[in-house]
Write a protein that binds this ligand. Structure first.
Ligand code: FA5
Length: 360
């Protein structure tokens, strides 16, 4: 009965309330600054417990005749609301995109950042310097395998299985016949076997990595480098060896350098020598680099043992030769005053970037 007695003014009151809601909403909608604000706004007006729901609640008091009329008005206002919301959402999304693009603007006139440049490792630079020197003297560069046969590493170098001098080079064996080469000397045997003397004398150097079961300390590494040198021809003498090494030492350590040969022992050379260079720091007076002796040991050398020539098929009564083996790691340590060989293998850019001479 109460419902039926509702009048047109009841509807008008509701319509006015809806209009007031719309008027109130417009500035609030325009004040939203983000999608989050907008969602809050939507829930406030159109959510289950929102302001529209409150008006809809009041509709229940209207007459059955008036209710659809108000419902129609309400639907119109609601869809106008939804349109407003959608257009605001669109606007906010555009504003957010513009703000993002403004942040990401690239000023193409700014100077570029220089990429960090690499450089050849100081050991590589040292080896290349030594190689260039010997190439200039007519040597060919030959490479050999790092995983080597016992046959070439030891036997062909006059070190049979039971030879006590095998202990001088503690070895990483892969199996009883295969090992990681302990020196570059096996390349001597491999090259001599193939050499054809009708094409001229044999003059070669062989740079590369070698491996020993040495425990690492300031002057020893389990993996390091060697450069082997070998000359075989008729009438090669110890004087040729000395002259060659003198030229090497002067190019690498300075024109004033002298060398001296001290007797030593290697199974593959006879006689064998250790070669010292006069100290490039103190000129021979004695300092911490040469341990106050005036001399620095740089390599092992000697005249190729006749057994080594014969095993490679070379007549030792006709041909003779000299050979040497030097450690570029130790050479680089001396040349650049580096106190620990391990620096070369730790890949610390603060250390390596000091030697940019070989920049690519
Ligand atoms: C040899 O390896 C001989 N094959 C050299 C040779 C060749 C002599 C031809 C005669 C004729 P030795 O073991 O002394 O010799 O090593 C040669 C050089 O390698 C040394 O003078 C040293 O500079 C370097 N060297 C040796 N052991 C190490 C190590 N653990 N770490 C870094 N360098 C090393």
């Amino acid at each position: 009965m109460i419902k039926e007695s509702c009048t047109m003014s009841d509807i008008n009151t509701h319509i006015e309330a809806l209009e007031a809601l719309r008027q109130q909403a417009i500035p609030q909608l325009e004040a939203t600054e983000s999608i989050k604000d907008l969602e809050k706004f939507r829930l406030d007006y159109l959510g289950k417990k929102g302001r529209f729901a409150a008006v809809a609640q009041a509709m229940r008091d209207l007459s059955a005749e008036d209710r659809p009329k108000l419902g129609q008005v309400m639907n119109q206002v609601k869809s106008a609301f939804e349109e407003m919301l959608e257009s605001r959402r669109h606007k906010l999304e555009e504003m957010a995109l513009e703000a993002k693009l403004a942040l990401e603007t690239v000023d193409v006139t700014l100077p570029g950042r220089k990429p960090a440049g690499g450089a050849r490792h100081i050991i590589t630079q040292t080896m290349e310097e030594i190689e260039d020197l010997f190439i200039g003297m007519g040597y060919q560069v030959v490479e050999g395998p790092e995983v080597e046969l016992d046959h070439y590493n030891f036997e062909m170098m006059n070190l049979p299985k039971t030879h006590p001098a095998r202990d001088m080079q503690d070895t990483f064996y892969i199996d009883s016949e295969v090992l990681l080469r302990t020196h570059t000397s096996p390349v001597q045997a491999r090259t001599m076997e193939k050499h054809d003397f009708s094409q001229g004398p044999l003059k070669m150097i062989s740079p590369g990595k070698v491996f020993r079961r040495d425990s690492d300390d300031a002057t020893h590494s389990h993996q390091f480098h060697q450069i082997e040198g070998l000359v075989v021809d008729k009438h090669v003498t110890m004087a040729d060896l000395k002259g060659t090494l003198q030229a090497f030492a002067r190019t690498l350590f300075g024109a004033e350098r002298e060398i001296r040969l001290r007797p030593s022992y290697f199974p593959f050379t006879e006689p064998s020598v250790e070669v010292d260079v006069s100290c490039f720091k103190c000129g021979g007076d004695g300092c911490n680099v040469c341990k106050h002796t005036g001399w620095i040991e740089i390599l092992g050398a000697g005249m190729v043992h006749p057994n080594v020539l014969e095993m490679a098929g070379i007549d030792s009564t006709v041909y003779s030769g000299f050979a040497f083996g030097l450690g570029p790691d130790r050479v680089a340590m001396l040349k650049y005053n580096i106190d620990d060989i391990r620096h070369f293998y730790q890949n610390d850019l603060r250390f390596l970037s000091q030697f940019k001479g070989g920049q690519n």
